[in-house]
Design a protein around this ligand. Structure first.
Ligand SMILES: C[S@@+](CC[C@H](N)C(=O)[O-])C[C@H]1O[C@@H](n2cnc3c(N)ncnc32)[C@H](O)[C@@H]1O
Length: 404
């Protein structure tokens, strides 16, 4: 009931603002800008650099419009989820060669699993990559573990890792190279079934999370942490629960992409950098609209990092050349163009800062829908924040158990 009430309340908050979060600001400009409430924009324009940064962190400096303050307050309340506390400290030898992010994740996943999986003897990891989690679970809990991934090269690296760090008792870990798909797969489906079996998906990209859930209906325990929601397709992949189907939101590809932008609080340097990247991209967009209107929306693509540190003219030339476009402008004219559109590029930035406020709420909607699907399949379900979002922003863990 808790998840259903959350989903319903979030849907009620988000639905009226769907025209703002479901469309791309840049691609729909200037119409997309005109869609924002005038008092929200006027407020955002009144912010200084510190106020902009606060807005980026979800806080409202000064005197915000009541409707904006009410919405952000409600979204913050409805996206607040309990945290998993505790970690299973890994030894120096166990973490050798692992990134800080991976170590952080593994220590928390192991701590989460320990008290919840006493009845588990076998486990399968879907999209297990190099099998770090599988290796550590097998050695920590003594499980027989199958790590499935479609990437043979990653699994080869994982096998080499195993031989470099042999376990005294031998390993009960097996790599299976396979693409896990919806539908019957006699070779792997039995690995997901049985009350003493755990099904684990750590950062299952896009629809892979749903494949895991569907395959794991007969498992005793399921842990799923999703990522790459921009790889989902609505309505194929959302809503997936019956309850979600009765309370749908109009997810578009742009809205799905937004869910992957729910980010930790940026440092001052990161925020300044983001502003520069946006400034160059937005000015470039306005330039191509003016010079090449027949091309419609032109994708600038990601430029090499250094190009955002220098002059706009250098950045713009690089992007134009890549697209085979010649603006017929000198560098001085390109620079002057960027200066001339600064009011407009700031408005574009402010609309993005406002739109980003919907990101986490939309992500939580997708995850709640999955949690409710598992409840509808008869599991007892927890939804916890597991990772520090500064290290691993896709940090929502769905934990489902048949015998909790
Ligand atoms: C984001 S990575 C996560 C890897 C690992 N679980 C971790 O946390 O480091 C997703 C992995 O899923 C694998 N993958 C994606 N789709 C798959 C599929 N349909 N079947 C099997 N593996 C898949 C990819 O090759 C990749 O290794």
């Amino acid at each position: 009931m808790y998840f259903q009430a959350r989903l319903e309340a979030l849907t009620q908050q988000l639905l009226p603002w769907a025209p703002l979060w479901s469309r791309s600001i840049l691609q729909g400009w200037p119409g997309s800008g005109a869609a924002w409430p005038e008092d929200w924009l006027a407020y955002a324009r009144s912010l200084d650099e510190a106020g902009e940064r606060q807005l980026d962190q979800g806080a409202l400096a000064g005197v915000p419009p009541p409707s904006l303050a009410a919405l952000l307050g409600a979204l913050q309340e409805l996206t607040a989820l309990p945290w998993h506390e505790g970690l299973h400290a890994l030894t120096v030898a166990q973490t050798q060669g692992l990134s800080a992010k991976k170590t952080h994740e593994l220590e928390r996943v192991l701590a989460l699993l320990a008290p919840r999986t006493r009845f588990i003897h076998q486990a399968v990891d879907i999209g297990g990559g190099m099998g770090h989690l599988a290796r550590l679970c097998a050695r920590t809990f003594g499980w027989t573990f199958h790590s499935i991934d479609r990437d043979a090269a990653l699994q080869d690296k994982g096998r080499r890792w195993l031989t470099k760090t042999p376990s005294p008792g031998g390993d009960t870990l097996c790599f299976i190279q396979a693409s896990v798909e919806d539908g019957i797969q006699p070779g792997i489906d039995p690995l997901f079934s049985g009350l003493d079996r755990a099904s684990i998906g750590l950062h299952t990209c896009g629809p892979l999370a749903l494949t895991q859930i569907r395959k794991s209906q007969g498992a005793g325990f399921v842990l799923n942490i999703g990522c790459c929601y921009d790889k989902l397709e609505a309505p194929r992949d959302y809503p997936v629960s019956r309850f979600g189907g009765a309370h749908p939101l109009p997810f578009t590809p742009h809205a799905l992409a937004l869910t992957t932008r729910g980010r930790h609080h940026k440092t001052e340097a990161e925020f300044t950098r983001m502003k520069r990247v946006y400034a160059w991209r937005f000015a470039f967009d306005l330039l191509t609209r003016q010079r090449f209107p027949e091309r419609g929306f032109v994708r600038a693509g990601d430029a090499p990092r250094a190009l955002y540190d220098g002059y706009f003219a250098v950045y713009a030339r690089d992007r134009l050349e890549r697209l085979g476009l010649e603006p017929g402008m000198t560098d001085a004219e390109l620079e002057a163009f960027e200066v001339s559109v600064r009011t407009e590029t700031r408005d574009l930035l402010l609309c993005h800062l406002l739109r980003d406020r919907f990101a986490r709420a939309l992500e939580v909607v997708l995850v709640l829908d999955r949690a409710i699907l598992l409840e509808e399949l008869g599991f007892q379900v927890e939804l916890l924040q597991l990772f520090d979002p500064r290290l691993s922003p896709r940090n929502l863990a769905i934990i489902a158990s048949r015998s909790a």
